[in-house]
Ligand binder design. Structure first.
Ligand code: NAD
Length: 417
């Protein structure tokens, strides 16, 4: 069994726990455990040296009962169909937990983008966008950025789709540059939502965030914004990391300075010297008050869960904690704010972006942030309530809400024909 097969098994296991709480009938459970559509594409790209390379990509729509499917596109050398399917399934529950009218999808291309020139990346993106064109559309399936993709990649996808349509279709992707119909606040949205979730959780367990020690794994879009906003909120960020390893300073790392004077100037985190260099494994085991995994899935497992020394985990990444680790940490009294709630800020503002694009009417940043914060807080409160009512952990509570909303919608619509 590959690690990614495990990720899908993990997603199905989480669904099964919620199904049991909800006393979901077997037929409906079977529907929700499967993706609706899975597309595998193999496509050629002419590289800069004239050679041809064939890449493999995926687009999976897990469920579209509550609305068009929504989900990021990931560029990473280890993606596969099972991982993409698990990520699509998580998107379904996430959209339902925060009650936005979308189903779940995910896309991916197996590629190490560091080995591509910008021109090659653009060609790969445009060809992939063309290959998945049969599924994607502003009323059917709307991609967004994920690991390895960004606003520029979204702009290329939007342009490619628009060229085929013959007119400009900003609503076909979210996470676009502002100049093309992107939304104010979208870049920061996931990290901002993570920090709102952290604040709500801190209130719940009586933790003062002023001076609280925060550790963040992953320093990309989600991790860097979460670290910055945590710092601005008065917390002390003592550890950060990226794919090359971690950086630790028990007195706190100057996140804004690292971002402005280091990362923004094209330097790697590994070149930042004012800290102790540690591995990603060591980073996760640092003694802290809040741990924010914001890199890849299956980082907190049965192997290391016992060694974690934190009171609160807020999942910025999708699927960072395995069910075995959930159990171990739960027994230790660690509160885990699950991914489908904690990192939903990204899809919430993606939804705002889509609404703005369809209406051609754009909001100010403050309006976006206020609406985002409101949805994050009320979703957190709803999950907390279910957690108490069902006497369960927070992940199961979030699943109960998400799965119930999708199941209800399926029942009300009925099964065609
Ligand atoms: P990103 O590509 O911007 O950043 C990923 C970061 O993780 C980088 O710093 C990278 O160096 C680091 N990383 C990669 N492999 C690692 C490893 N083995 N160990 C430690 N660090 C590693 O991606 P992102 O958009 O910030 O996404 C991060 C996570 O958040 C993913 O799980 C993604 O699915 C999830 N997420 C993203 C969004 C969004 O809006 N971007 C929304 C919801 C969830």
């Amino acid at each position: 069994m590959s690690q990614h097969t495990n990720v899908l098994a993990m997603a199905r296991q989480q669904l099964a726990v919620a199904a049991k709480h909800l006393d979901l009938d077997d037929g409906l459970h079977a529907v929700l455990a499967q993706p609706k559509r899975q597309l595998i594409v193999n496509f050629p790209v002419v590289m800069d040296d004239g050679s041809v390379q064939v890449f493999t990509g995926f687009r999976v729509q897990h469920n579209i009962t509550r609305g068009p499917s929504k989900g990021g596109i990931r560029y990473h050398p280890e993606v596969d169909l099972d991982e993409t399917t698990a990520l699509a399934m998580w998107m379904t529950w996430k959209c339902a937990v925060v009650n936005i009218p979308y189903g779940g999808a995910k896309g991916s291309v197996r590629v190490n983008k560091k080995l591509l020139s910008r021109r090659e990346l653009e060609k790969l993106t445009r060809r992939f966008a063309t290959e998945i064109n049969i599924l994607v559309g502003e009323r059917s399936d709307i991609p967004a950025p994920d690991v390895g993709t960004d606003a520029e990649v979204m702009a290329w996808i939007m342009d490619t789709y628009s060229m085929a349509a013959g007119y400009t279709t900003p609503g076909v992707v979210t996470g676009k540059p502002l100049a093309l119909g992107g939304s104010e606040g979208r870049v920061e949205a996931t990290g901002r939502g993570v920090v709102v979730a952290m604040e709500e959780a801190a209130k719940q367990i009586g933790m003062n965030l002023q001076g609280a020690r925060v550790v963040v794994q992953g320093f990309g879009n989600v991790g860097s914004v979460a670290a910055l906003l945590a710092e601005e909120g008065g917390a002390t960020v003592i550890g950060i990391s990226d794919v090359d390893g971690g950086c630790y300073n028990p007195k706190g790392l100057p996140i804004r300075e690292i971002l402005q004077n280091h990362i923004a100037r094209g330097r790697r985190l590994a070149e930042y010297k004012e800290c102790e260099r540690i591995t990603n494994e060591e980073l996760l085991e640092l003694e802290c008050d809040v741990l924010i995994p914001a890199a890849l899935s299956a980082q907190i497992t049965a192997q290391n869960a016992d060694r974690l020394r934190t009171r609160l985990i807020v999942e910025g990444a999708n699927g960072p904690t395995t069910p075995e680790a959930d159990q171990i940490l739960g027994d230790k009294g660690v509160l885990i704010v699950p991914d489908i709630l904690a990192n939903a800020g990204g899809v919430v503002v993606s939804y705002f972006e889509w609404v703005q694009d369809l209406q051609n009417f754009f909001w100010e940043e403050n309006e976006v942030n206020v609406r985002l914060t409101k949805i994050m807080r009320s979703s957190y409160a709803a999950v907390h309530q279910v957690m108490q009512r069902h006497k369960t952990d927070m992940r199961t509570a979030a699943y109960i809400i998400g799965v119930q909303r999708v199941a209800d919608a399926t029942r009300i619509r009925g099964i065609f024909p």
